[in-house]
Design a binder for this molecule. Structure first.
Ligand code: NAD
Length: 346
């Protein structure tokens, strides 16, 4: 069964979603909306999209669109998700769920009211190496979980919206640590308490003095059964995006190197086009991504969401609106702990 998709936001995330959609049988990108003329026209031409809108509200009125895929800056996630669900559309929205808890609560309430399907796009839940890691955990390969550790780090977001808290909701924690938090929430559910520490933003940041949000952030999440979890997101890391998960159990341990754990090594004297997200340069020895859209989970994620819309499969835990909201509650608790110097009980 075909699902007709309208993507809103034609730049970085819009582009990798479109590339990933091209692998999903029965998915047709029918429309693109973006306020920027050059971006939307370029997107439509590259991805061969028939309908182009200059305003997302026009796309929401299009009766031929079944599923809206929101690839907009963070501060628009709540507004556009709510408008789309009220217009009778099912929605996929990029992380984070919203930029404030209040907005997040409104999104979850409207989802309940309208009954539209909502898909929280945490791609790590679908990354093949992490899926395999979860299966090994479930099989008991490393015994009972004791401690989990996860990070996403790189040298800073390209988006101008990432510089201001009102546009993105914070800094590296809400932008990057949102992934390990989303994945660990998928594995374990909600922690009982949270401790957080972040760089101070602006002049108090380690590297990015013009960025209002933190450029380094760490959270410690404690679970009722004694499991401890640390999550980190930072913008101080040179040499390309580094996504790592480590799981420690009573009878073993497991590590996943998502971005550098591939078999391809290149030595190039003059450099080449693209190595890996946020790589500084491509000369000398490099380790280019082999298939980022697969290893980071985007292809399987979007295929799963499409199959949920057609009723071919049951939506996976960790991707519902309540899950997106829970992840936002954990992030909010890390920020509050950092501000107050206290542990936050959830
Ligand atoms: N899952 C991941 O790994 C991942 C990776 C990158 C980005 N993201 C998420 O994707 C989202 C988009 O990020 P990006 O890097 O593509 O941002 P971007 O700034 O590159 O692109 C945003 C696009 O939205 C358009 N836009 C802005 N306001 C609009 C409006 N009112 N109506 C229509 N279009 C509008 C802009 O013109 C731009 O083309 C963010 O929420 C980000 O967190 C997720």
């Amino acid at each position: 069964m075909e699902v007709r998709i309208g993507i809103i936001g034609a730049k970085f995330a819009g582009d990798f979603h479109a590339q990933s959609w091209s692998w999903v049988p029965g998915a047709k990108i029918d429309a693109i909306a973006d306020i920027d003329k050059k971006s939307r026209e370029n997107f439509a031409s590259v991805h061969k999209v028939p309908k182009i809108y200059d305003d997302y509200k026009k796309l929401l009125k299009d009766p031929e669109i079944d599923l809206v895929d929101i690839c907009l800056p963070n501060f628009l996630h709540a507004e556009v998700t709510i408008a789309a669900m009220k217009a009778g559309k099912d929605v996929i929205c990029e992380k984070p769920f919203a930029t404030t808890l209040e907005d997040g609560e409104r999104v979850a309430a409207v989802q309940k009211e309208t009954g539209q399907k909502y898909f929280y796009a945490e791609d790590w839940i679908f990354a093949p190496a992490l899926v395999r890691a979860k299966n090994l955990l479930d099989e008991g390969a490393i015994g009972k979980i004791l401690y989990l550790k996860g990070k996403e780090v790189h040298n800073g977001s390209h988006s101008p919206f990432a510089q201001k808290i009102k546009f993105c909701g914070g800094g590296s924690l809400i932008h990057l640590a949102v992934h390990p938090i989303g994945f660990f929430h998928h594995l374990l559910g909600m922690p009982v308490s949270v401790i957080g520490k972040c760089s101070g933003g602006g002049e108090l940041n380690m590297v990015h003095k013009k960025m209002e949000g933190e450029d380094w952030g760490l959270g410690i999440l404690s679970y009722a059964d004694g499991t401890e979890v640390t999550v980190e997101g930072n913008y101080i890391t040179r040499g390309g995006m580094d996504d790592v998960v480590e799981l420690y159990g009573t009878h073993g341990r497991l590590t996943v190197d998502m971005t550098f754990g591939n078999p391809l090594n290149v030595f190039s004297m003059k450099g080449y086009g693209y190595a890996i997200e946020k790589a500084d340069f491509t000369q000398g020895w490099t380790k280019p991504a082999v298939d980022e859209h697969q290893t980071l989970g985007y292809k399987d994620e979007l295929r799963h969401f499409k199959e949920c819309v057609t009723g071919e499969t049951e939506q996976i835990r960790g991707t519902y609106a309540e899950d997106g909201l829970n992840v936002l509650k954990i992030i909010d608790a890390i920020y509050r702990s950092n501000q107050t110097g206290k542990q936050i009980v959830l």
